[in-house]
Write a protein that binds this ligand. Structure first.
Ligand SMILES: Nc1ncnc2c1ncn2[C@@H]1O[C@H](COP(=O)(O)OP(=O)(O)OP(=O)(O)O)[C@@H](O)[C@H]1O
Ligand SMILES: [Mg+2]
Length: 291
């Protein structure tokens, strides 16, 4: 399915107007497309916000396609994607870069290596901030001015004032409500257009399984689509935790099912990741009835 052809003409025009027109030295950072929206509004609203230079915050559970959506936007706008992942132990350097010693013509010199934020601003490219709610509080002031209308930062490492070039956009992602994550600071959240993503289902999920997994038996694919619907339902009733219905894990189970029996594939890809015995039992029972 070619996503771009399915978008209304107005949206396609918007993309072509805001698209990065020139070749870039960071061609290898342009994402691969493939995101399938649960409904067209999700992708259209994201495109509209990006084309107006707004920041978007992708909110959704693990394996719902947040990163895939960011890559797809990068592809559609032909914009390299620089990224920072806040879940690892990051500090200001992860955004701004660092200074290092180098030798030039036999002399020791201090070189500045720009970080992803600086690169994206200077070149007018995209910055993907993953798990932004995990960012340490002291790093947030660094990006606040970048995220609002000022689009400016004084780089403390070089004292240079940097104003973002046209094309610069921030796409952030968050797993809200998930254990181990903290709520996003209100002032920070205020600077984003929020796009909520949930696990795709039905025809969209079937298309994704057909396009991206090794599984090719249609009956088994249909059973997996139903299994996913059952998992999502069980999660919404609080019987299992939300991530048990992750599309990522489901795709793994589909891949394995091309070689091993689906029930064992489900055990490896989904059930054995879970902690709670009762929750495991719920998933096992759902699998039993379908496979
Ligand atoms: N709507 C979707 N369209 C296309 N691919 C999807 C979709 N949902 C999930 N996937 C696939 O599922 C896998 C996980 O997606 P992705 O890594 O984008 O999830 P995520 O929301 O970023 O998860 P996390 O919060 O764990 O980082 C990928 O292989 C991705 O292609
Ligand atoms: Mg991700």
């Amino acid at each position: 399915m070619n996503l771009i052809n399915t978008l209304p003409e107005g949206i396609q025009t918007l993309i072509s107007q805001y698209k990065n027109p020139s070749p870039t030295e960071f061609e290898d950072r342009i994402g691969m497309p493939g995101y399938i929206p649960e409904n067209p509004d999700v992708i259209m609203d994201a495109i509209a916000a990006i084309a107006q230079g707004k920041n978007i915050l992708l909110k959704g559970p693990t394996g719902a396609g947040k990163t895939k959506m960011a890559e797809t936007l990068s592809y559609l706008f032909h914009q390299p994607l620089f990224s920072v992942n806040c879940s690892v132990d990051i500090d200001a350097e992860s955004f701004l870069g660092f200074k290092t010693l180098d030798y030039k013509e036999g002399k020791q010199v201090i070189e500045y290596v720009p970080g992803p934020l600086i690169q994206a601003m200077k070149h007018g490219h995209f910055l993907y901030i993953d798990e932004i709610n995990m960012a340490k509080p002291e790093t947030l002031p660094i990006i606040n001015g970048v995220l609002d209308y000022r689009r400016t930062i004084t780089n403390p490492l070089t004292n240079e004032v940097i104003r973002a070039k046209k094309g610069f956009n921030v796409i952030a992602a968050i797993n809200e409500g998930y254990i181990g994550t903290t709520r996003l600071n209100e002032a920070l959240k205020n600077r984003f257009i929020v796009i909520e993503l949930s696990y795709i289902q039905g025809e969209q999920l079937k298309a994704l399984i057909q396009e991206t997994t090794d599984l090719n038996d249609e009956k088994t694919i249909d059973a997996f689509v139903q299994f996913s619907a059952d998992l999502v339902e069980a999660a919404s009733q609080g019987k299992i935790s939300e991530e048990a219905a992750s599309i990522r894990a489901l795709l793994d189970a589909c891949d394995l099912s091309q070689i091993i029996p689906p029930k064992r594939a489900i055990l490896r890809a989904i059930i054995d990741k879970m902690e709670d015995e009762r929750e495991k039992e719920v998933v096992r029972n759902l699998a039993e009835t379908l496979f």
